[in-house]
Design a protein. Structure first.
Length: 490
């Protein structure tokens, strides 16, 4: 390489390094200016910083008149408290320190925002008759170094007021909501009982602590991606409950309606969307809507239905340990359904989802209708009453049935090309009818029929198993698939 070329290369590197250093220096100068001049817009960006806390224990009334009045804040004066904010953490609890009822607002935030973003903080607390309104606007940015925004409703430690006559309506965007004390004080029980609680949040998490009395009149919770949880062992509602999530998670322990005649017919309304719902004991009927979500419940004491939807439930996963009422799931698409034990009638229809009913010698004991196009049907039949009717229908799916009690029911099994397998004890007496999908009876024992309990010479159709002489207790099978039968090993 010639000397002139080496000098040119070194010169270019030097100027490039100088340019980078100038740009870095300019960047730090701009950052310093923005840091020491909050809200000053430079190159389309701004810096904001706050470190404030406000304690509101008085309410100004008639603010726009000549004689405004200031009265001490007393939560027992209000029938409703409405809170509207975006990112603030909202807490409602009984204070162990405050001498007065108060609203504490925390605004400790710093970060960078675009020029078009709101970086101002404001709050407005107003009284309209016996309604208290709290509206907070928080700064919004794309890069936060510190972000501690709070709205705390603190009942005085000396107050006996327990919110039993107060309705709460809380709306946030991403702010979490906690109702009840997070830390239980030793010197007193900081419990209270909210009459009606309505919480709506897009991305915030919602939690009810164990310091809340367990009974609400009405409870409504709506979340987007946020979760709902509670430390209350048994959550009680006297009038209405509805829980909705888009793709969050709702977790309960036990739930029951109280002070209601026929409370098992009262509905727990649930919309799980693409989210998840998990609960232990639901002492009510449950009516749900879902899309691709999941539902897992140990026991439902009332009815269980998923029919309150304009479209079919797409690809939900539903698992319930025991249902004491009727089951009605008629709008399922590719959903998989597992129910271990039932007591009422069961009606389920899916497109390609699998249906499983029964576990540990318990299953269908009442009338049932199970239908799917491409999915499989697996069921245990343990009828308590005589002459129950069961219908099992698929197009291409397989049907597997296990009879764990005497066959006193009427069982119609209909498939186009799916395989059918059923098991029973050797002592059971019933009528067996075997046909192809066109309802033509099979005349001989062939490759489509695998009946382990008889030999070829014993085959007849219809077959009176164990010398059964009636016509009301039967298994009637129609399919072009393989039909197999096995005895239950004892």
């Amino acid at each position: 390489m010639a000397k002139s070329e080496r000098r040119m290369t070194k010169g270019f590197g030097f100027y490039l390094l100088m340019l980078i250093l100038i740009l870095v220096a300019a960047f730090f100068i701009i950052v310093c200016i923005m840091t020491f001049s909050p809200k000053k817009v430079i190159l389309g960006y701004q810096f904001y910083t706050y470190s404030d806390q406000y304690v509101v224990s008085d309410i100004k009334e008639n603010e726009n008149t000549e004689n405004p009045t200031i009265t001490p804040l007393a939560f027992n004066d209000f029938s409703s408290i409405n809170i509207n904010c975006k990112t603030s953490k909202v807490t409602v609890f009984k204070s162990t320190k405050e001498e007065k009822d108060s609203i504490v607002l925390v605004n400790k935030a710093s970060g960078f925002a675009k020029w078009s973003d709101n970086v101002d903080y404001s709050y407005k607390i107003t009284r309209e008759g016996d309604v208290l309104n709290i509206v907070v606007n928080e700064p919004q940015g794309f890069l936060n170094f510190n972000y501690d925004m709070q709205i705390a409703i603190r009942v005085s430690k000396n107050s006996n007021y327990d919110f039993s006559h107060t309705n709460f309506n809380i709306t946030t965007t991403t702010g979490p909501v906690i109702v009840g004390s997070e830390i239980t004080a030793k010197e007193f029980k900081p419990s209270f009982n909210i009459e009606n609680l309505s919480i709506m949040t897009e991305g915030g998490n919602v939690r009810l602590t164990k310091d809340i009395e367990s009974t609400f009149s009405n409870l409504f919770v709506t979340t987007g991606s946020g979760s709902f949880s509670t430390d209350i062992a048994q959550l009680n509602v006297s009038d209405n409950i509805k829980m909705t999530t888009s793709n969050g998670r709702i977790t309960l322990q036990d739930f029951a309606y109280t002070n209601h005649e026929g409370e098992l017919k009262k509905k727990f309304e649930l919309n799980v969307g693409d989210g998840a719902f998990k609960a232990n004991d639901i002492n009510a009927s449950l009516s749900f809507v879902a899309h691709n979500g999941s539902i897992e419940i140990t026991k439902v004491h009332g009815d269980f239905d998923g029919n309150e939807t304009s479209e079919k439930i797409n690809n939900a996963n539903i698992k319930v340990g025991e249902i004491l009422g009727d089951v009605s799931l008629l709008n399922m698409k590719d959903s998989n359904i597992v129910i271990d034990k039932t007591a009422g009638q069961v009606n389920i229809e899916t497109t390609n989802g699998n249906i499983t009913v029964g576990k540990n010698n318990s299953g269908l004991i009442n009338a049932s209708w199970l239908k799917t196009k491409g999915g499989n049907i697996n069921a245990i039949i343990s009828d308590d009453n005589s002459n129950q009717k069961h219908y099992y229908t698929t197009e291409t799916g397989n049907i597997n049935l296990t009879f764990v009690t005497n066959i006193n029911s009427q069982n119609v099994i209909d498939s186009v090309s799916g395989n059918v397998n059923f098991q029973f004890e050797s002592k059971y007496k019933f009528l067996l009818v075997l046909k192809d999908a066109n309802e033509k009876p099979y005349e001989t024992l062939n490759e489509k029929l695998k009946l382990d309990f008889i030999t070829e010479g014993q085959f007849e159709n219809p077959m009176y198993v164990n010398d059964y002489s009636g016509s009301t207790h039967f298994i009637d099978i129609s399919t072009n698939g393989i039909i197999s039968a096995n005895l239950i090993a004892k």
